[in-house]
Design a binder for this molecule. Structure first.
Ligand SMILES: Nc1ncnc2c1ncn2[C@@H]1O[C@H](COP(=O)(O)OP(=O)(O)OP(=O)(O)O)[C@@H](O)[C@H]1O
Length: 608
């Protein structure tokens, strides 16, 4: 596959080249195949039921022909057995059709639900496993679109579309066989109708494929905008972006309406076109057959059966056209979902992991270079050695590269060249469980998941007892306010804070990190200003978190925004353009008259 269509690259393009289109279709079919594989026994059984039910369904007209042309004359001559036989066979066929249809409809529903469950879980697991790099460029709104509207399109197809399509095709095939068996000349007439039908279908398929691809792209954009507005609702209100956002949403919704109308219009030509071809064919069979009955060439019963069969032959066409629609829509959805599943994490777990159950916390950057994707070099050749147990404050102007260094140590990204080691082990070789246990990052947002306060603290160590959770909260000074919450540790924190203030949220995330007892703690100090009492509480919590309870202090790396934090550090690193331009104790740097001394002066003046 060309890189142009690999994964989610180019997924907004509805007009793919022929070879890219083929490659994307192959990828979608492979995904469909992998979904069918685990349920293949039920899949084949369902197909068998569909085949049988359609075979019994087409028997009707042939039985009527037999009844009129053979059973009725036999009845006249006193033999009622053929008529009883025909009636019984008709009844049996009807019962079998009903029973088999019921069976395959329920079986298809089970099949489709099993496949969808598999896909839904796969998409979730996969997107969660993908690296931060992917998530930073592929918005969460798009993932929501994949997980909701795309899977919904697939559900529509799998739930009823496939079986209707399959049963329709089979019904047509069996009916065609019956027509040929009754009268091959009429059979040829029906076959001839297949030619215009084929061209009409090709015309529709080509145009609607593009329309449906566009529809998936536009609906994803609509969802992205909706999700962005709702998750950023505070900023929307703060900057009075409501009007602008509404206008943009209105435009996207209008785009969606237009694409949908376009595909409906296509369908509006396709479906009546098919019906017209069918009706013309019935008229021709009637005309042609009628003359032959007059000429004595054809029995009247056979003509009746031929007309019934020809009419029935075109019956599913209408229905199939509708399902062809959902098929196209689902195909476009499958293309997108299979692209997402094709993405691979850039930060991969090691093939032969090195175990490091208890690290001391020594960090070494050896000739490290780093760039985001194929962007410019953000960290040019860095050598940095942080001994175990040291508290290091990273300072520097915005965009200097502090967060980047922190993200490298947490292995959210891999270094572009050089090595980054913990206790001498390259992070890329470290078993994922050991990496997560030994290195913990407390982010600025102090995200709380829905659940109780205790659950949120326990994330640091899921097997911790309630006593240990409370001990961690006490250690960082969060215990008192937690007890004051309506249900104490069992209080449900609503999504994104709820009743918990931002300072309290930070204390909970400190308790979480305290409980985890990592060898290395990375802390992105919040820049948002808290009121003075909360600020003091958070400062005290931070100091306690850094001190730890163990004899040995843990290594701590703080992206510092407050003077008080920097003053408690053993060492200050001033970062500029991804490089360490000053390195020393706070006192040394203040005395040195460099960047830090200036920053320190400014901080002192602002009395932070
Ligand atoms: N995900 C990303 N993709 C591409 N470039 C990035 C990404 N994140 C950061 N950068 C770039 O890397 C450089 C360093 O950014 P970084 O976030 O590390 O700075 P910082 O010192 O932490 O800034 P701040 O104090 O504002 O958080 C900047 O030039 C930034 O534009």
């Amino acid at each position: 596959m060309s890189t142009a269509t690999f994964g989610t690259a180019n997924e907004d393009n509805a007009h793919l080249s022929r070879s890219d289109s083929r490659a994307v279709r192959r990828r979608s079919l492979a995904l469909l195949g992998s979904l069918i594989r685990p349920v293949r026994v039920r899949f084949w059984l369902t197909i068998a039921m569909v085949v049988l039910s359609q075979a019994t369904r087409v028997a009707g007209p042939a039985l009527i022909a037999f009844g009129i042309d053979h059973a009725l004359p036999a009845l006249r001559s006193g033999d009622n057995f053929p008529l009883v036989l025909t009636g019984a066979a008709y009844l049996l066929a009807a019962i079998a059709t009903a029973g088999l249809t019921a069976l395959y409809v329920t079986s298809t529903a089970r099949l489709s639900q099993a496949m969808l469950l598999d896909l839904r879980v796969r998409v979730f697991r996969h997107t969660q496993r993908l690296s931060l790099e992917f998530h930073e460029k592929y918005t969460s709104g798009r993932i929501i679109a994949r997980q909701t509207s795309d899977l919904e399109a697939l559900r529509e197809l799998l739930d009823s579309g496939v079986s209707s399509l399959a049963s329709g095709i089979l019904f047509m095939a069996f009916t065609a066989v019956t027509i040929f068996a009754l009268d091959w000349r009429s059979g040829l007439l029906v076959l001839a109708a297949g030619v215009p039908m084929f061209f009409l279908s090709r015309w529709y398929q080509k145009r609607s494929q593009i329309a449906f691809r566009e529809s998936r792209v536009v609906s994803a954009r609509l969802i992205v905008h909706f999700v962005e507005t709702m998750t950023g609702i505070r900023a929307v209100k703060a900057f009075r972006k409501e009007k602008e956002n509404s206008e943009r949403y209105g435009k996207l919704a209008e785009d969606y309406r237009l694409v949908t109308v376009r595909s409906i219009n296509l369908n509006g030509i396709f479906q009546p076109g098919l019906v017209l071809i069918g009706n013309v064919c019935v008229a021709l069979v009637l005309l042609f057959g009628g003359f032959r009955v007059l000429g004595g060439d054809l029995a009247i019963g056979v003509l009746l059966a031929l007309i019934l069969s020809t009419k029935r032959f075109f019956q599913p066409v209408d229905q199939m056209a509708m399902f062809y629609n959902s098929f196209q829509s689902a195909q476009a959805a499958l293309e997108k979902v299979s692209g997402l599943l094709e993405e691979v994490p850039t930060v991969r777990p090691p093939k032969n992991p090195v175990a490091l159950p208890t690290a001391t916390g020594r960090i070494d950057f050896n000739g490290v270079e780093f760039r985001y994707g194929d962007g410019p070099l953000v960290v040019p050749r860095l050598n940095l050695h942080i001994p175990a147990g040291q508290t290091v404050a990273l300072v520097g102007q915005t965009g200097a590269g502090k967060s980047t260094l922190a993200k490298l140590i947490a292995r959210f990204y891999d270094v572009t060249s050089g090595t980054l080691t913990l206790d001498g082990v390259d992070l890329r070789d470290l078993a994922t469980s050991d990496l997560r246990r030994n290195i913990v990052m407390v982010t600025q947002e102090a995200f709380l998941f829905s659940g109780s306060v205790a659950d949120n603290i326990a994330l640091g160590r899921p097997d911790a007892s309630r006593a240990e959770i409370e001990e961690a909260a006490k250690a960082v000074g969060a215990h008192d306010f937690i007890l004051e919450l309506p249900e104490g540790y069992d209080t449900d924190v609503n999504k994104r804070g709820g009743r918990v203030s931002s300072g309290q949220r930070q204390l909970i995330s400190f308790a979480r990190a305290f409980l985890a007892r990592p060898a290395v703690l990375i802390l992105d100090e919040a820049t948002s200003s808290l009121d003075i009492p909360s600020e003091r509480l958070v400062q005290a919590g931070l100091a306690r978190l850094l001190a730890g309870t163990e004899a040995a202090r843990r290594t701590a790396l703080i992206i510092a925004h407050r003077l008080s934090t920097v003053e408690t550090a053993d060492r200050v690193l001033v970062v500029h353009d991804g490089q360490i331009v000053e390195d020393g104790t706070p006192e040394e740097l203040i005395g040195g008259g460099g960047r830090f001394a200036d920053l320190h002066g400014a901080w002192k003046d602002s009395l932070v």
